[in-house]
Ligand binder design. Sequence first.
Ligand code: NAP
Length: 555
Amino acid sequence: MTLFPAEAAGSLLQFCCIAPAYACNIAPESASMIAAQSNYVPRLLPLRMPRLCVAVTGADAGEMMDKAESLIRDNPLLELRLDYLSQPAAAFPKIRRLLDSRSNAVIIATCRRAANGGKFRGSVERQLAVLAKAAASGCQIVDLELQSAAAARSADLQRLRHRAALLLSFHDFRGTKKLEETFQKMCAYPAEFYKVVTTATTLYDNVVMMKFLEKASQQHSVVGLCMGEQGVISRVLGVRAGSVFTFAAANPGEETAPGQISARTLREVYRIEQVDAATRVYGVAGDPVAHSLSPVLMNTAFRRENVNAVYLALHAKTLEDLLTCVREIPLHGLSITMPYKESIVKHLDNCDTHTNRVGACNTVVRGPDGKLYGFNTDVAGVLRPLEQRLALQGAKVLVLGAGGAARAAVFGLKERGADVYILNRTPAPAQKLAHQAHARLARRPDLKKQAFDVIINATPLGMAGSKESPLHEDEINTRFLLEMIYSPAETHLVKMARAKGVQIIPGSEMFVQQAARQFEIWTGKPAPGEEMQRVVERGIREAAAASEEKANKHA
Ligand code: NAP
């Protein structure tokens, strides 16, 4: 299967032109229907269909149209959600004024009924009347649900289509099923655009959607995506598979559908307008991944180094779902995070020595042969920040913890000739690791009188602002502390160590360096480390501010 045919992607590489139809993926048949609608064609002819349609809501017509006014300069395609207004009619004169002042604007009027996921509580007749007035005010496209079309009189539908292009829509808020069957039903109603929006409950649902788009877009102008956190792949790559455009929220917090991404994020982070057939696709796979800083970090690095690649958050609830998706979507590489770092290893075709020794993989590359190769870049993530500060040969290092991250640290440090001590809550994993890596076991009672060059915290103690610490103050006798936790930046352990004059190496540096190594493996280019560090620190600050605001709200 070719999910992203070159022709489809090519036609979407640039903004599509509504006329001539063959210059974009608007089916000729639909275009001729548009052409037949003489009253709105003049508006459409010079227009280019952007890839992003920004959904605009508002508490009243004034607020909605103020937002539309401020958005339209950067976003010439807007969807006005008239169903959010108690008096949609109040918006019509303002719509007319806006369209008169912006000759390149295209507005989709939507008045979705509550029964179909919107807010409009009126009858189908009243819904049609609102849309007809929106069209009369200049909206070039009207969105009507399949269910409303089925309930409407065909004469009324025809009248509506004489006034504006029809975008016939279908929404499934539960899953991604029976797309072909639904689409067949939709095609019984002539329309200029067919919009099929479902909900992704697995990563694989994105594959189903994109296969559908690839096929359906050969005959019709289709818009398709999966809602939900797991639908992000379809929101970014759907346009490459044949969707005429995709939907975006005006701002974070103003989403009109689950999983909707803001227009700014789609443009600046995912560079949706540049995504084409040659764009390489990468992602971070895990459960959860919603708050991962990796997408903003990696997409920044790709943009900075002019790499034609996009990096997505892949929320995989099972390893099987992830592997199926990897087989079907031409992913070039993956960052693997919890809980799949260990379990993925046996599914890879080959792994580097670090992965084999540590028993965990955080980086996957799909080779030109299609095979999957595993790397462990957490080792570089630990070693690089340390080597920038001290010589590791003969350095005395205490590693707290014996899980995956601790194992990466211990094996890496031993390779560099460090004298490594391990302390873990449960003795057995520490003993096993010490034995495998030829490291020593530390005894907690000895710590007060033992000095180290470096202490590394590879436990989660201190995460999420907890006051817990793996060591007491009098046990912190070291020159450097590498705190692997990066959120919050200042754990209790860090505060205690700093007060004792210890030099702190923040977890953000490890995070950036393991990502930098991934970038190098994937692209063969040096990573823009400083820029990556800036982005991550900003992300950590923003996350801290957001959680403080949330806590204050609940207080
Ligand atoms: P992991 O495999 O689950 O290992 C966790 C380790 O912490 C185990 O040794 C566990 O000891 C110990 N531990 C857990 N809860 C504890 C508690 N309440 N008291 C004392 N010890 C406890 O996790 P991991 O992947 O190694 O990650 C460890 C930490 O490193 C996490 O905070 C993670 O976020 C961080 N990390 C950061 C980066 C980065 O880039 N900065 C990268 C990877 C990991 P037992 O054996 O007794 O369960």
